[in-house]
Design a protein around this ligand. Structure first.
Ligand code: ATP
Ligand code: MG
Length: 319
């Protein structure tokens, strides 16, 4: 399968008031065409910075090392004109908080039409807007196209954003916590929608969330991110049912069960530490239940480099 997105040994630093802050370091992943890849990890591990760096959306971010390639475009080196084509054209973004991502004073149909005019001019834009709204499950799309964002529910606003993100028929949809603002029923509907869109149009999806259970149910493969790098990757169901890395094990153990267990839910002690790229050792070692002195010495590499299943922990080699 050829990849639409390839990230190779990426390091991203952010310019902050106190100087420079490394938030992604050593991240490698690839997303194949038509694949739904789930990127999961605790708050602050660098998921959103990664998502936004893919199309250079963060003004204070700098790609210090490594590469991002999208449809053959080398993102670190591409011209601003090439990036403009990529954003909203080859790559569609769906972010959290649909309310703030829509323009409040413009009917939603016109907002979708602007994307079409810019990235995929068609003969009948009005009709195409209605078709796009229909495709994302909006009922009475011809009427709803005239609504302003505030007239729509949160779930409907998120559908409009998805319609905008797919209007240009992107090869890759980057969805960063697309369902956090929605209730559980709507969450499931929106995630189901990504699957249907993928099946119908072949759009690959990078689905980002801190909720491993949600992502594992809707993705083909997942990557577990910790402190700016992947610590485990593999087919979604395999990772969920047989997690190997102690961090992934902690995340899986923390998934609430139904009916609720009488035991308190286990949590992973400590929190994500800031990254020191020069520091030796495993970044998870200070929180790891199976840590040994050697873990503080060398930075562990991913095992199973060419296999579907990879783990960054020499204590749990893959068989
Ligand atoms: N624009 C910014 N300027 C400075 N620091 C930032 C900026 N955006 C993110 N950070 C910091 O970079 C680190 C990674 O943040 P990021 O938003 O990528 O995490 P995340 O994995 O998306 O978390 P969450 O699950 O909470 O969305 C965090 O420590 C965060 O505080
Ligand atoms: Mg985030």
């Amino acid at each position: 399968m050829s990849a639409i997105l390839e990230v190779e040994d990426l390091r991203v630093d952010l310019a902050v008031r106190s100087g420079n802050r490394t938030v992604v370091d050593g991240l490698s992943l690839s997303v194949a065409r038509s694949e739904i890849f789930g990127l999961v990890g605790e708050s602050g591990c660098g998921k959103s910075v990664t998502a936004q760096t893919l199309t250079r959306l963060l003004p204070n971010a700098r790609i210090v090392r490594g590469a991002i390639r999208i449809e053959g475009v080398d993102v670190a080196k591409a011209s601003e004109a090439a990036m403009e084509k990529l954003r909203g054209g080859t790559v569609g973004h769906v972010f959290q908080e649909p309310g703030s991502a829509l323009t409040p004073w413009m009917p939603v149909g016109r907002q979708i039409r602007e994307v079409l005019d810019l990235h995929r001019p068609v003969d009948d834009p009005e009709g195409e807007v209605v078709r796009l709204l229909e495709q994302v499950g909006v009922r009475d799309p011809a009427l709803r196209a005239h609504d302003y964002p505030h007239q729509l529910s949160g779930g409907m606003q998120q559908r409009v954003l998805i319609a905008m993100a797919v209007a240009a028929r992107p090869g890759l949809l980057v969805a960063d916590e697309p369902t956090t603002a929605l209730d559980v029923t709507l969450q499931a509907q929106v995630l189901e929608l990504f699957r249907r869109l993928r099946d119908r149009t072949g759009t690959a999806v990078l689905l980002i969330s801190h909720n491993l259970a949600v992502v594992a149910r809707h993705a083909d493969r997942i990557g577990v991110m910790y402190s700016g790098e992947l610590v485990e990757t593999g087919p979604a169901q395999a990772v969920l049912s047989d997690p190997r890395h102690p961090y992934t094990r902690g995340l899986v153990a923390a998934i609430p069960t139904l009916p609720p267990s009488s035991r308190p839910l286990p949590t992973i002690p400590g929190q994500v530490a800031s990254i020191d790229p020069e520091a030796p050792g495993c970044r998870f070692a200070p929180r790891c239940p199976i840590v040994v002195p050697a873990c503080h010495a060398g930075h562990p590499a991913m095992s199973g480099k060419d296999s579907l299943r990879q783990v960054r922990c020499p204590r749990v080699p893959l068989d």
